[in-house]
Design a protein. Structure first.
Lengths: 305, 318
């Protein structure tokens, strides 16, 4: 198995519209390490799904190169597709066929024995409902069926685009546990999600994109380590805010306190003390992916504007 | 590839709309056969007696003034009842030759339309439901996917059309034998030949419709194009300055009837009797052989198929 399960270099996708050309993905260099669960984050319209669709051969890149499990795609996609399971956007099956019939058509197309359909159906908890027509399924059941389809191949790489959409809380927990389990079992999972807490809970590494560009990538720990915030309480908030701003420390006023972004809290206390501003509280704000994500994407939005 | 074709045949078998259309391929020709047999049924003695009883005034008038009815007075008593019965049962006996230009064309036409609908429904459903992208996530070689579906659609269409057409003509032949009607030498083989050519046309039309649906990615759009073509052929055909050899209906006739003739406008000088005789350009009836009709429609299917494959291989799949 190569070191990188997914790799793109200079990947770009342009769509021609009536108003001109729209860039969905712009020179994206993506590197997803083999093994573990990798989050793929970005606001709506940031190019996540387009990137996934290009990796899977459903869309042609305007330029750039891509590799899946070490093989260049789309040229060598047929050679690796049997090792790649994927759910792209909403599940898409024939509505008048039963869930089981839909899975049988897919499994027979790759020469997989019908018994694996039973196993996949059981794994996702659809036993007993697999002979119902797909159009009678709830959104959650459709999502489970799509995940069952990915398991027909026993993949080395799983690409999941919003897999918990429409699931109830119990279903979400089950799917998250399934994803964690697959990651632990050596399957590489690329999890595209807008639920940041989900990525933080499940993923070992993540890539954040905005406007089709790479904004940040690395382990979740590293990404969060880059963002250190503290909550300060002082009697004279305006004076403290002015002093910090003048010293070039990013500061915002929040709920009767100040939030400062700094890697050196001692320097902040010294600076305020020098101006006779005495702290009554200094608390590290627990970094989370959501704040980091919002910080990155907001900055990207300003750049793009 | 064989495995993919088997999967597509299963997909076809599991699709209810396609099954209903295939069922219609049996029912509609069966209805046409029933109507044909009914319309050509021999007149029974009971039917004759019933008509005679209901037409006593007409028969009496004929017997009084037989010459007005074209009957010689000496034979009036015997001929008038027969004549009145014949008028009211103006039914031609069953004839394979006549049906080859009538109900046989109807059967071929019905099969063609129904199999075109089945093909476009089959392919269109994959696009409408979005399941095409799912299929490509398992089998990304798009050319093979296109070909497997095409083989399944064309194979089923051809098999259905051949079986139904053959059954139709054998039924007609058996009915003639049962009614003690003479069958001309070669009549059955000529009828079966028409059925097979019609089946070939229906299968080619189904393949063309499949290819067009894969190109346009929509059943509705495909039906729109086909209807527009049909409208242009039937309504605008005569008003367009088009030679008969390019007219769609003439070419269909050439395929079904193993060659046909079409009319051409000749130069005004041809109407001058002194010069017209023996000049090739003054012959206003031209031959349109089977191969020309087959090339006409085969060429159209190849063109649409090539565009469809190219488009399917290159365009993004939603």
């Amino acid at each position: 198995m190569p070191d990188l399960a997914i790799q793109t270099q200079g990947l770009r996708k342009e769509f021609r519209t009536r108003r001109g050309t729209r860039v969905a993905v712009s020179d994206l260099d993506l590197a997803v390490p083999a093994g573990g669960v990798h989050g793929f984050l970005g606001p709506n319209g940031s190019g996540k799904t387009t990137t996934i669709r290009m990796l899977l051969g459903l869309a042609r890149p305007t330029r750039g190169t891509m590799r899946l499990l070490g093989e260049p795609v789309p040229d060598r996609l047929p050679a690796v597709i049997d090792r790649v399971g994927a759910v792209v956007e909403s599940p898409k099956f024939s509505p008048n066929l039963t869930g089981r019939q839909n899975l049988l058509l897919l499994s027979r197309s790759i020469g997989v024995p019908d018994a694996r359909v039973d196993a996949a159906v059981e794994t996702v908890g659809l036993s007993g409902r697999d002979r119902d027509r797909y159009k009678a399924y709830s959104l959650g059941m459709k999502q489970r069926l799509a995940i069952a389809a990915t398991l027909l191949k026993e993949p080395d790489l799983l690409i999941l685009d919003e897999p918990t959409n429409g699931l109830d809380p119990a279903g979400i927990r089950e799917i998250r546990e399934t994803i964690r389990g697959l990651g632990a079992a050596g399957v590489t999972v690329l999890l595209s999600s807008h639920i940041l807490a989900e990525v933080q809970q499940v993923c070992t590494s993540a890539t954040i994109v905005g406007h089709g560009r790479l904004l940040a990538t690395g382990t979740v720990e590293d990404l969060l380590g880059g963002s250190t915030a503290y909550r300060l309480v002082v009697p004279d908030l305006p004076a403290a805010s002015a002093a910090l701003s003048a010293a070039g420390v990013p500061v915002t006023e929040q709920d009767g306190a100040l939030r400062v972004e700094t890697g050196d809290p001692a320097a902040v206390t010294r600076l305020l003390a020098a101006r006779d501003l005495w702290l009554t509280e200094l608390t590290p704000v627990r970094a989370d992916l959501e704040s980091f994500f919002l910080q990155l994407t907001e900055a990207d939005g300003e750049d793009a504007a | 590839m064989r495995g993919l074709v088997r999967v597509e045949l299963t997909r076809l078998r599991w699709r209810r709309a396609v099954l209903l259309l295939l069922l219609a391929c049996l029912v509609v020709p069966a209805l046409i056969a029933a109507a044909t047999l009914w319309d050509t049924r021999p007149v029974s003695e009971a039917e004759k007696a019933e008509i005679r009883a209901a037409s006593t005034q007409e028969i009496a008038r004929c017997e009084r003034k037989p010459r007005q009815y074209g009957v010689r007075p000496a034979r009036a008593e015997a001929r008038c009842p027969e004549l009145v019965v014949e008028w009211q049962t103006a039914r031609q006996p069953l004839s394979l030759a006549r049906e080859r230009g009538g109900s046989g064309i109807g059967v071929a036409g019905a099969l063609t339309v129904l199999l075109m609908l089945a093909a476009t429904t089959f392919a269109g459903h994959d696009w409408n439901s979005g399941s095409m992208s799912n299929q490509l996530l398992f089998r990304p070689r798009r050319g093979r996917v296109w070909a497997a579906k095409a083989v399944a659609v064309t194979g089923v269409a051809l098999l259905t059309a051949v079986l139904v057409s053959t059954a139709y003509w054998l039924t007609m032949w058996a009915a003639m034998r049962a009614r003690d009607l003479p069958v001309a030498d070669g009549g059955l083989s000529a009828s079966l030949g028409l059925g097979l050519r019609g089946a070939g046309l229906a299968a080619a039309a189904a393949l063309g419709c499949y290819a067009l649906t894969m190109l346009l990615r929509s059943t509705v759009a495909t039906l729109g194009v086909v209807l527009a073509f049909g409208f242009a052929t039937l309504v605008l055909g005569d008003s367009l300055p088009m030679s008969g050899q390019w007219e769609p209906l003439d070419n269909i006739a050439a395929v079904l009837a193993n060659g046909t003739e079409y009319y051409v406008h000749v130069p005004p000088s041809c109407y001058d009797g002194r010069y017209a005789q023996g000049r090739a350009e003054c012959d206003d009836i031209r031959e349109l052989p089977l191969w020309r009709g087959a090339t006409y429609y085969g060429g159209a299917v190849v063109l649409v198929g090539a565009a469809s494959v190219l488009s399917f291989r290159r365009r993004d799949v939603p």
